[in-house]
Design a protein around this ligand. Structure first.
Ligand SMILES: C[S@@+](CC[C@H](N)C(=O)[O-])C[C@H]1O[C@@H](n2cnc3c(N)ncnc32)[C@H](O)[C@@H]1O
Ligand SMILES: [Zn+2]
Length: 278
């Protein structure tokens, strides 16, 4: 991780700014965090060990599936929304996974920087490799985020946990938050047949409630596409979701084997834009 990326981070113990010396991030009170050899920084308090982020297998499946370009319409929509970013702005993705969307939003501007936050070490390893302008940090998004106040110009949250108060603290007053949530029709052709976890019908209401008084919605668009997925892509898609934890792998392969190839599968998500209140 580049030293200038560490300057936007704060110590999870005392909240003071961190600075990188050799391969260790230190705060002025000498709390110290070593960079992992895979390039990410673990800022998870030790008491939080054991929180379930995505497993190595899930992250591997996500890397392959996203590499197939099936979710490119989501990434393209985020890139459009980020068009007004200045050259040296900081973009933070909460629950960044492999860093696919963050890397897209950073685009080609050399000075732009990104921080990928995820509780999964496997995800953090991937995100650390995806682009040298991205600093990859392990933390729990439900707790205080290890970032300085007002440090980010843009935040991304794609199918990931949302801690509204913390995201608002980290976002600059004139910054924006982009949230992607699945719609009821998302992956509808696979949900019943393969026994996937369904989209919570109350999701939209819960999103509004959790942001009330903290963020104001400034826009919303539905992104839809008909994905043509071969069986291997369907398998990766299932294995990268929480459904992977509940399914029997052999049964899953049996069910996938009877799907048409390619299978036409609906991508349907909402991209909403938010600005912090006051
Ligand atoms: C469905 S994945 C989405 C990843 C990425 N945004 C994408 O769309 O490719 C959810 C991500 O949130 C992470 N996650 C789950 N709980 C978390 C938490 N408490 N704090 C930070 N990240 C968390 C998981 O490890 C996983 O990488
Ligand atoms: Zn400290």
């Amino acid at each position: 991780m580049e030293a200038d990326l560490v300057t936007v981070l704060r110590c999870p113990v005392c909240g003071d700014a961190l600075a990188l010396t050799d391969r260790t991030a230190n705060c002025p009170r000498n709390h110290a965090y070593d960079l992992a050899k895979q390039g990410y920084l673990n800022l998870l308090p030790s008491a939080s060990n054991g929180i379930d982020g995505d497993s190595a297998a899930m992250v591997g499946a996500r890397t392959v599936f996203l590499g197939g370009g099936h979710y490119a319409p989501i990434r393209d929509a985020l890139i459009l929304q980020a068009a007004s970013l200045q050259a040296d702005d900081l973009v933070v993705e909460v629950g960044a996974g492999t860093g696919y969307y963050l890397a897209g939003v950073l685009g080609t501007a050399a000075g732009r920087r990104g921080i990928a936050l995820d509780v999964s070490r496997y995800a953090a390893r991937r995100a650390a490799k995806v682009d040298p302008r991205i600093g990859s940090v392990v933390c729990d998004a439900w707790r205080e985020l290890p970032l300085l106040d007002d440090s980010a110009q843009l935040m991304l949250n794609v199918f990931a946990p949302r801690n509204a108060t913390e995201m608002a603290r980290v976002l600059a007053p004139d910054g924006a938050l982009l949230v992607v949530t699945p719609n009821q029709q998302h992956l509808a052709e696979l949900v019943g047949v393969l026994g996937l976890v369904t989209v919570d019908e109350e999701k939209e209401r819960r999103l509004q409630e959790s942001f009330a008084g903290v963020f104001v919605r400034t826009g919303s668009e539905v992104i839809e596409d008909a994905m043509r997925l071969d069986r291997s892509a369907v398998e990766q898609l299932v294995l990268m979701t929480p459904s992977a934890r509940h399914l029997n792998y052999r049964e899953l392969l049996g069910k996938i084997a009877v799907l048409p190839e390619p299978a036409l599968v609906t991508l349907s998500v909402t991209l909403s834009t938010w600005r912090p209140v006051g």
